[in-house]
Design a protein around this ligand. Structure first.
Ligand SMILES: [Zn+2]
Length: 257
Protein backbone atom coordinates (compact mmCIF):
# COMPACT_ATOMS: atom_id res chain seq x y z
CA UNK A 1 0.00 0.00 0.00
CA UNK A 2 2.65 2.50 1.12
CA UNK A 3 5.08 1.29 -1.56
CA UNK A 4 2.40 1.64 -4.27
CA UNK A 5 1.70 5.17 -3.09
CA UNK A 6 5.41 6.03 -3.12
CA UNK A 7 5.87 4.54 -6.58
CA UNK A 8 2.84 6.34 -8.01
CA UNK A 9 3.98 9.60 -6.38
CA UNK A 10 7.46 9.19 -7.88
CA UNK A 11 6.04 8.53 -11.36
CA UNK A 12 3.49 11.35 -11.32
CA UNK A 13 5.99 13.72 -9.67
CA UNK A 14 8.63 12.95 -12.29
CA UNK A 15 6.07 13.41 -15.08
CA UNK A 16 4.93 16.73 -13.60
CA UNK A 17 8.52 17.99 -13.29
CA UNK A 18 9.26 17.11 -16.93
CA UNK A 19 6.03 18.84 -17.96
CA UNK A 20 7.02 21.93 -15.94
CA UNK A 21 10.50 21.97 -17.49
CA UNK A 22 9.16 21.61 -21.03
CA UNK A 23 6.21 24.01 -20.83
CA UNK A 24 7.94 26.78 -18.84
CA UNK A 25 11.10 26.23 -20.89
CA UNK A 26 9.32 26.58 -24.23
CA UNK A 27 7.15 29.55 -23.15
CA UNK A 28 10.23 31.25 -21.61
CA UNK A 29 12.07 30.77 -24.89
CA UNK A 30 9.54 33.03 -26.61
CA UNK A 31 7.93 35.25 -23.96
CA UNK A 32 10.11 36.07 -21.00
CA UNK A 33 11.80 39.19 -19.68
CA UNK A 34 14.84 40.14 -17.66
CA UNK A 35 14.22 40.33 -13.92
CA UNK A 36 16.39 41.39 -10.97
CA UNK A 37 15.91 38.24 -8.86
CA UNK A 38 17.40 34.80 -9.43
CA UNK A 39 14.63 32.88 -11.21
CA UNK A 40 16.37 29.57 -10.45
CA UNK A 41 16.76 30.24 -6.73
CA UNK A 42 13.28 31.66 -6.27
CA UNK A 43 10.70 30.74 -8.93
CA UNK A 44 12.10 27.42 -10.12
CA UNK A 45 12.91 26.23 -6.59
CA UNK A 46 9.35 26.95 -5.41
CA UNK A 47 7.96 25.27 -8.53
CA UNK A 48 9.87 22.07 -7.78
CA UNK A 49 8.91 22.19 -4.07
CA UNK A 50 5.27 22.52 -5.10
CA UNK A 51 5.42 19.47 -7.40
CA UNK A 52 7.40 17.32 -4.95
CA UNK A 53 4.88 18.15 -2.23
CA UNK A 54 1.74 18.08 -4.39
CA UNK A 55 2.26 14.82 -6.29
CA UNK A 56 2.04 12.51 -3.22
CA UNK A 57 -1.06 14.44 -2.09
CA UNK A 58 -2.77 13.98 -5.47
CA UNK A 59 -1.81 10.30 -5.58
CA UNK A 60 -3.06 9.86 -2.01
CA UNK A 61 -6.36 11.36 -3.12
CA UNK A 62 -6.46 9.17 -6.26
CA UNK A 63 -5.79 5.97 -4.30
CA UNK A 64 -8.36 6.84 -1.63
CA UNK A 65 -10.97 7.59 -4.27
CA UNK A 66 -10.22 4.33 -6.13
CA UNK A 67 -10.49 2.31 -2.94
CA UNK A 68 -13.59 3.91 -1.45
CA UNK A 69 -15.29 5.20 -4.60
CA UNK A 70 -14.98 8.86 -3.55
CA UNK A 71 -15.84 11.42 -6.20
CA UNK A 72 -17.94 11.12 -9.37
CA UNK A 73 -15.20 10.21 -11.89
CA UNK A 74 -15.87 7.61 -14.57
CA UNK A 75 -13.54 5.67 -16.86
CA UNK A 76 -15.50 4.87 -20.02
CA UNK A 77 -16.60 7.83 -22.16
CA UNK A 78 -19.50 5.73 -23.49
CA UNK A 79 -20.95 5.62 -19.98
CA UNK A 80 -22.28 9.16 -20.36
CA UNK A 81 -21.86 9.68 -24.08
CA UNK A 82 -19.72 11.92 -26.25
CA UNK A 83 -22.07 14.89 -26.08
CA UNK A 84 -21.71 15.03 -22.29
CA UNK A 85 -17.96 14.52 -22.67
CA UNK A 86 -17.69 17.57 -24.98
CA UNK A 87 -19.76 19.69 -22.57
CA UNK A 88 -17.71 18.43 -19.62
CA UNK A 89 -14.47 19.97 -20.99
CA UNK A 90 -15.39 23.65 -20.46
CA UNK A 91 -17.49 22.63 -17.44
CA UNK A 92 -14.45 21.19 -15.66
CA UNK A 93 -12.33 24.27 -16.41
CA UNK A 94 -15.18 26.52 -15.25
CA UNK A 95 -15.44 24.61 -11.94
CA UNK A 96 -11.65 24.51 -11.60
CA UNK A 97 -11.56 28.29 -12.12
CA UNK A 98 -14.36 28.89 -9.58
CA UNK A 99 -12.49 26.94 -6.87
CA UNK A 100 -9.24 28.69 -7.83
CA UNK A 101 -11.00 32.07 -7.57
CA UNK A 102 -12.31 31.33 -4.06
CA UNK A 103 -9.05 29.86 -2.75
CA UNK A 104 -7.14 32.78 -4.29
CA UNK A 105 -9.39 35.17 -2.34
CA UNK A 106 -8.48 33.19 0.81
CA UNK A 107 -4.77 33.59 -0.08
CA UNK A 108 -5.32 37.36 -0.10
CA UNK A 109 -6.60 37.43 3.50
CA UNK A 110 -3.82 39.50 5.19
CA UNK A 111 -2.65 36.72 7.57
CA UNK A 112 -2.61 34.04 4.86
CA UNK A 113 -0.94 36.40 2.40
CA UNK A 114 1.85 37.31 4.84
CA UNK A 115 2.46 33.68 5.82
CA UNK A 116 2.26 32.10 2.38
CA UNK A 117 1.03 33.78 -0.79
CA UNK A 118 3.59 36.64 -0.68
CA UNK A 119 6.14 34.11 -1.98
CA UNK A 120 4.23 33.80 -5.24
CA UNK A 121 3.78 37.56 -5.46
CA UNK A 122 7.51 38.02 -4.97
CA UNK A 123 7.70 36.83 -8.57
CA UNK A 124 7.49 40.40 -9.77
CA UNK A 125 7.51 40.70 -12.67
CA UNK A 126 6.46 37.09 -13.21
CA UNK A 127 8.13 34.90 -15.82
CA UNK A 128 6.87 31.53 -17.15
CA UNK A 129 8.77 29.74 -14.35
CA UNK A 130 6.61 31.63 -11.83
CA UNK A 131 3.52 29.72 -13.00
CA UNK A 132 3.62 27.18 -10.19
CA UNK A 133 6.07 28.96 -7.88
CA UNK A 134 4.02 28.40 -4.73
CA UNK A 135 4.79 27.06 -1.26
CA UNK A 136 3.22 23.80 0.09
CA UNK A 137 0.36 25.59 1.86
CA UNK A 138 -0.60 27.40 -1.32
CA UNK A 139 -0.19 24.15 -3.24
CA UNK A 140 -3.09 22.71 -1.20
CA UNK A 141 -5.24 25.78 -1.82
CA UNK A 142 -4.54 26.69 -5.43
CA UNK A 143 -3.03 23.43 -6.73
CA UNK A 144 -4.90 20.53 -5.14
CA UNK A 145 -8.38 21.92 -4.36
CA UNK A 146 -9.24 23.37 -7.81
CA UNK A 147 -8.08 20.05 -9.28
CA UNK A 148 -10.19 17.82 -7.00
CA UNK A 149 -13.27 19.71 -5.74
CA UNK A 150 -14.98 19.68 -9.21
CA UNK A 151 -14.78 15.87 -9.11
CA UNK A 152 -17.38 15.90 -6.32
CA UNK A 153 -19.75 18.24 -8.15
CA UNK A 154 -20.14 16.79 -11.67
CA UNK A 155 -19.10 13.45 -13.19
CA UNK A 156 -15.84 13.80 -15.13
CA UNK A 157 -13.93 11.32 -17.26
CA UNK A 158 -10.77 10.53 -15.29
CA UNK A 159 -8.15 10.46 -18.09
CA UNK A 160 -9.66 13.67 -19.49
CA UNK A 161 -9.23 15.31 -16.07
CA UNK A 162 -5.52 14.43 -16.12
CA UNK A 163 -5.21 15.79 -19.68
CA UNK A 164 -6.98 19.03 -18.76
CA UNK A 165 -4.66 19.51 -15.82
CA UNK A 166 -1.68 19.16 -18.14
CA UNK A 167 -3.18 21.97 -20.25
CA UNK A 168 -3.78 24.03 -17.10
CA UNK A 169 -0.10 23.70 -16.18
CA UNK A 170 0.86 25.02 -19.63
CA UNK A 171 -1.69 27.81 -19.18
CA UNK A 172 -0.13 28.71 -15.80
CA UNK A 173 3.24 29.23 -17.46
CA UNK A 174 1.62 31.27 -20.25
CA UNK A 175 -0.33 33.72 -18.04
CA UNK A 176 2.88 34.50 -16.12
CA UNK A 177 4.76 35.17 -19.37
CA UNK A 178 5.13 38.36 -21.37
CA UNK A 179 3.00 37.03 -24.24
CA UNK A 180 1.40 40.23 -25.43
CA UNK A 181 -2.29 39.42 -25.54
CA UNK A 182 -4.81 41.47 -23.62
CA UNK A 183 -7.58 38.86 -23.53
CA UNK A 184 -11.19 38.91 -24.68
CA UNK A 185 -14.64 38.98 -23.09
CA UNK A 186 -14.40 35.33 -22.01
CA UNK A 187 -10.73 34.61 -21.37
CA UNK A 188 -8.28 36.17 -18.95
CA UNK A 189 -4.90 36.92 -20.49
CA UNK A 190 -1.21 37.10 -19.56
CA UNK A 191 -1.67 40.87 -19.29
CA UNK A 192 -4.55 40.44 -16.80
CA UNK A 193 -2.55 38.08 -14.60
CA UNK A 194 0.63 40.15 -14.85
CA UNK A 195 -1.48 43.02 -13.53
CA UNK A 196 -2.40 40.83 -10.54
CA UNK A 197 1.33 40.47 -9.85
CA UNK A 198 1.80 44.23 -10.04
CA UNK A 199 -0.23 44.50 -6.83
CA UNK A 200 0.21 42.88 -3.45
CA UNK A 201 -2.41 42.17 -0.83
CA UNK A 202 -5.20 44.38 -2.18
CA UNK A 203 -5.79 43.08 -5.64
CA UNK A 204 -7.99 42.19 -8.60
CA UNK A 205 -8.10 39.53 -11.37
CA UNK A 206 -8.20 36.54 -8.99
CA UNK A 207 -9.31 33.88 -11.47
CA UNK A 208 -6.87 32.10 -13.79
CA UNK A 209 -8.73 31.22 -16.98
CA UNK A 210 -12.14 32.87 -17.45
CA UNK A 211 -13.36 36.40 -16.76
CA UNK A 212 -16.74 35.21 -15.36
CA UNK A 213 -15.85 34.81 -11.69
CA UNK A 214 -14.05 38.14 -11.49
CA UNK A 215 -17.03 39.81 -13.19
CA UNK A 216 -19.37 38.14 -10.70
CA UNK A 217 -17.22 39.24 -7.75
CA UNK A 218 -16.61 42.71 -9.24
CA UNK A 219 -12.84 42.13 -9.15
CA UNK A 220 -12.00 42.34 -12.86
CA UNK A 221 -9.46 45.07 -13.57
CA UNK A 222 -8.64 45.92 -17.16
CA UNK A 223 -8.28 49.64 -16.60
CA UNK A 224 -4.55 49.43 -15.90
CA UNK A 225 -1.45 47.97 -17.50
CA UNK A 226 1.35 46.27 -15.55
CA UNK A 227 4.27 48.75 -15.18
CA UNK A 228 6.59 46.29 -16.96
CA UNK A 229 4.25 45.53 -19.85
CA UNK A 230 6.00 45.81 -23.21
CA UNK A 231 9.44 46.13 -21.57
CA UNK A 232 12.23 43.59 -22.06
CA UNK A 233 13.36 43.86 -18.47
CA UNK A 234 12.13 45.49 -15.29
CA UNK A 235 13.56 45.96 -11.80
CA UNK A 236 11.22 46.57 -8.88
CA UNK A 237 12.03 49.26 -6.35
CA UNK A 238 13.09 47.83 -2.99
CA UNK A 239 13.44 44.23 -1.81
CA UNK A 240 11.40 41.64 -3.61
CA UNK A 241 11.68 38.23 -2.08
CA UNK A 242 11.57 38.60 1.70
CA UNK A 243 9.05 41.30 2.49
CA UNK A 244 5.35 40.86 1.84
CA UNK A 245 4.62 42.50 -1.45
CA UNK A 246 2.67 45.67 -0.89
CA UNK A 247 3.85 47.61 -3.85
CA UNK A 248 4.25 51.34 -3.35
CA UNK A 249 5.59 51.72 -6.87
CA UNK A 250 2.24 50.95 -8.43
CA UNK A 251 -0.93 52.64 -7.25
CA UNK A 252 -4.06 50.52 -7.54
CA UNK A 253 -7.00 52.01 -9.39
CA UNK A 254 -9.82 51.59 -6.89
CA UNK A 255 -12.43 53.43 -8.94
CA UNK A 256 -15.47 51.44 -9.93
CA UNK A 257 -15.52 50.29 -13.57
ZN1 LIG B 1 -2.44 36.53 -5.71
Amino acid sequence: MISTWLLRSAISGAFAIVLYLVSAGVVARFWSRGVARSVVKHDFKLGIISLVFGSPVIQGFAMTSERYGIGRMYNDVAERGWLYWVISLPLYILCWDAVFYVTHLVLHIPYVYRKSHFRHHSCRPPVPWSGIAIDPFETILSGILPYTVPLFIFPFHLTTVYALNILLMVWATLVHSSFNWSGNAIMLSPQDHNLHHAFGLKNSNFAAVFTFWDRLGNTLNRRQTPPWWGKDSWTPRGAVSAAPATDETFVPDTSKP
